[in-house]
Write a new protein. Structure first.
Length: 299
């Protein structure tokens, strides 16, 4: 019996050693959320395996990393995350090579998160509180386009044999993004100057790019407490400014937003900024799916 246990333990040890040896090759890329995979895959194609840590329905702001996630990160060739204000838990991970994607974006493409906490009747830009740079950059095709050269450089430095392949793919993806932007502009022309509200500022890059005004957001950080007085003030502001819809995201279903929509008697619309499910497996599909939902809500 003892001999069997020793043999079993020895077999398990060999298996672990084999796994560790495989991990030491460090050929793959790890990203926190699916949109980052969809962007990087357009450049890398099938040359590199890209692992996504978060399941499709998980919220990157509140995600709790597992031990297996940590192993994946530490044994990847490179680890991409969004920003301290998006997936801050990832920023704290000790990894040999990690890249914060928000830092790759040129300053002229970045937008700030700002909100008026009490949404008073006399709210103006002077009363706005600034919460730093918005990390949800991937919702705007032109902002994504602005980081393609940097991403191609990073990938080429790690996989030098494929640099021409990466460069060619990046050029093709850039063309697709420009065409996607034109398509969205054409379809949102009649929606310009529409006003919307959001549970959380997760789609502001898109709204900002295509002339849709975001009057405000309920929760700058998911889980933020909303007082009954705030809900009342916001409801009055929604009515006064003729807000057409409140947008929530699939990864963070906001109860205050649901209550507000009922109280203000306006549409509550769920977007999916992450994708990774069903037919939402490419960057273009993720953006177009949300575009269709926005058009339907605001027409």
């Amino acid at each position: 019996m003892k001999i069997r246990k020793i043999l079993l333990s020895f077999s398990i040890l060999l298996l672990i050693v084999g796994c560790v040896k495989d991990r030491q090759d460090k050929t793959n890329i790890v990203v926190t959320i699916y949109p980052f995979k969809s962007i990087i895959k357009e450049i890398a194609g099938d040359k590199v395996k890209i692992d996504v840590l978060l399941p499709a329905g998980a919220d990157p702001h509140t995600y709790e990393m597992s031990p297996s996630d940590l192993i994946k990160i530490q044994n990847a060739k490179i680890f991409f995350y969004g920003a301290e204000s998006l997936d801050g838990w990832a920023a704290k991970v000790d990894a040999e090579k990690k890249i914060e994607l928000l830092k790759l974006i040129p300053k002229e493409f970045l937008i700030d998160i700002k909100s008026n906490d009490d949404h008073s009747h006399h709210a103006d830009d002077k009363n706005h509180i600034y919460y730093g740079v918005d990390p949800h950059f991937w919702t705007d095709p032109l902002t994504v386009n602005s980081i393609l050269d940097s991403l191609t450089e990073i990938l080429s430095s790690l996989y030098s044999n494929d640099k021409d392949f990466f460069k060619h793919n990046a050029m093709k993806f850039s063309e697709k993004l420009v065409e996607l932007d034109k398509k969205i502009k054409e379809q949102t022309k009649s929606l310009e100057s529409n006003k919307v509200f959001s549970a959380h500022p997760f789609y502001n890059y898109f709204f900002n790019r295509y002339g849709i005004e975001v009057v405000g957001s309920l929760e700058i950080s998911p889980g933020q407490q909303i007082t009954p007085k705030s809900l009342k003030n916001i409801s009055e502001e929604i009515s006064r400014k003729n807000v057409k819809a409140i947008f929530i995201n699939r990864q963070h279903i906001s109860k205050p937003a649901q209550l507000l929509a009922e109280y203000a008697k306006i549409k509550l619309v769920e977007l999916d900024p992450m994708g990774g499910t069903n037919n939402l497996t490419t960057y273009e599909n993720i953006i177009l799916n949300n575009l269709n939902l926005i058009i339907k809500a605001l027409r």
